[in-house]
Design a protein around this ligand. Structure first.
Ligand code: VGL
Ligand code: ZN
Length: 193
C-alpha cells in the first residue's frame, strides 16, 4: 500500500557519519551504500513538506563506550573530528535538524531520543510518524525505532536505507524482528507514493 508523505511525517537519518562508513573507525559493512537511497528519501520528504532530521553519534573524548574505558567499541565519532562528520554525500537540506546523541560520557546513547531534544522538536513540528534509517540497524537505528514507538509515534523502519554491524550472526535480522514485533513496519522506497 503506497504511503503518502505529509507535514506530519519526519525522516530521521541515523548516524550516517564517516566513522561508520568504510575507512572509518567503526565501519558498518556497506554503510556508505545507503547514501544515495537516503538522498532519494530526502528529496521525497522535501517535496512533500515532510521534516528531515539527522542524528550524529557525538561522543566526548574518553567516552565510556570506548575500549580504553572498558567499553565495547574502538574510539569513534569524537565530537568535532572528521570521523564524526556526516558523510559528505548526504544531501541534507538547510532545513534539516541535527540531533547530537551520546554526549554523556557515562551513557551509550544508542537512541536518538536519549538525553536529546528529538522528541520535543518532533512534537513542535506536529510530527506523528517517523521514517527511520541509517547506521547501524542493530544499534542506533533499532534503539531509536523502539524509543519512537515508546513515545507513541507510528514508526516505519527503512530497510533499504539501513545497514548493520552483525557482531553476532543475524543481529540485524533479530533487530528487525524486535522492531516489527513491537509495532514498527518495514518500508522501502517503493512503498512511498
Ligand atoms: C552506534 C555503536 C556505537 C550506532 C553508535 O550508531 O549504531 N553503534 N555507537
Ligand atoms: Zn557510539
Amino acid at each position: 500500500m503506497p504511503i503518502k508523505i505529509t507535514g506530519a511525517d519526519a525522516l530521521i537519518i541515523i548516524d550516517l557519519q564517516n566513522d561508520f562508513c568504510p575507512g572509518g573507525a567503526l565501519p558498518v559493512p556497506g554503510g556508505d551504500a545507503v547514501v544515495p537511497v537516503i538522498n532519494e528519501y530526502i528529496s521525497i520528504f522535501v517535496n512533500a513538506e515532510g521534516h528531515v532530521f539527522a542524528t550524529r553519534d557525538w561522543h566526548p573524548p574518553g567516552h565510556g563506550s570506548f575500549n580504553e574505558n572498558g567499553g565495547p567499541w574502538p574510539n569513534h565519532c569524537v565530537q568535532g573530528t572528521p570521523g564524526a562528520e556526516i558523510h559528505d554525500g548526504v544531501a541534507l537540506p538547510s532545513s534539516a535538524i541535527i540531533i547530537d546523541a551520546g554526549t554523556d560520557p557515562e551513557l551509550e546513547g544508542y537512541s536518538g531520543f536519549e538525553d536529546t531534544e528529538l522528541e520535543e522538536m518532533l512534537r513542535k513540528k506536529g510530527v506523528t510518524r517517523l521514517f527511520i534509517g541509517g547506521l547501524a540497524t542493530d544499534y542506533c537505528v533499532k534503539h531509536t525505532v523502539l524509543d519512537g514507538l515508546r513515545h507513541g509515534f507510528d514508526v516505519v523502519y527503512l530497510d533499504d536505507a539501513s545497514r548493520g554491524i552483525d557482531a553476532e550472526p543475524d543481529d540485524c535480522e533479530r533487530a528487525i524482528q524486535e522492531m516489527t514485533g513491537l509495532g514498527a513496519v518495514t518500508g522501502t522506497i517503493e512503498d512511498i507514493d
